[in-house]
Design a protein around this ligand. Sequence first.
Ligand code: PLP
Ligand code: COI
Length: 337
Amino acid sequence: MNAIDWKNLGFGYSKTDYNVRSWFRNGEWSELEISDSEILPLHMAATCLHYGQEAFEGLKAFRGQDGKIRVFRMEENALRMQRSSEGLMMAEFPVDKFKEAVRKAIKLNERFVPPYESGASLYIRPLLIGTGAQIGVKPADEYLFMIFVMPVGPYFKEGFKPTDLVIYREYDRAAPLGTGKIKVGGNYAASLVSGHRAHANGFSAVLYLDAREKKYIDECGPANFFAISKNRYITPKSSSILPSITNMSLRQLAADMGMIVEERPILAEELADFEEVGACGTAAVISPIKRVYDADLDKEYLYGKEPGKISVQLYEKLRGIQYGKEPDPYGWTEIIE
Ligand code: PLP
Ligand code: COI
């Protein structure tokens, strides 16, 4: 293997040694299997291929200054994947087995966990797909759960340097009572055209508005939205956004810092009132935003060219817990022995 340039990793696929798999057949999940193949044996009529019966997750493991590897809030990912299963009528993968699979996938690929100094981390991708053959629109009777991992750097190429978002009202990511609140592939397919246009115009992502009224801020394609104003941490409440585990953690950290936390509908015009805005998620961590361009109104909202003070504090606190530099009062991390 060529040496990995840990410091210059982007967010992309790379092969690691092993992945972990479990098959649901005859109403039961198999023991976890270890595979060194990147290929899946798949029936051509599998429901994941035709009708999008699939869900995924994303979480990270970090190597601390003490050399230990910590994984962040994996139980929350296990529970969210169960909600995705419920949303698409897929077999539920048990939480304890999910955690066991995460531990195994990290352990088996330990040499790919980036060193502390690099600022990179190991991205863990659980996947659940309908593998049973159907041609009617019906849930499959067979499923595959698997986890693969890879070392990654920042999702937005700027890393923690502020980036630009754009509002286009002509696209929706998810319907108000649709699948936006679960982590299923179709939401991401639905964001490709608008996301491509945003990138082609120099923006790092689209900031979607609510699909019903086009008045309120929903979220970015791959991350939640938050704003800071007058000692408040403000983040959208909406039925069509993914309940982000990073955002949930930041709400707690903001409250602990003495801020008022508001989860409520946020009008797009309020962008003019905010001191700092950011995108947050596992891949995005905290990505401060320096400009939101409303393409329909040809209006721009500008924030600092450098990350704002509160965003820096939240980022440092969160990273501190993830890398084991700060106490972890809520037990968010588990050390992988
Ligand atoms: N919103 C969307 C649409 C996402 O894909 C993600 C990534 O998982 C998030 C928000 C952030 O969620 P989390 O913090 O749990 O990674
Ligand atoms: C994550 O942050 O883990 C995600 O799944 C976002 C994804 C689109 C890369």
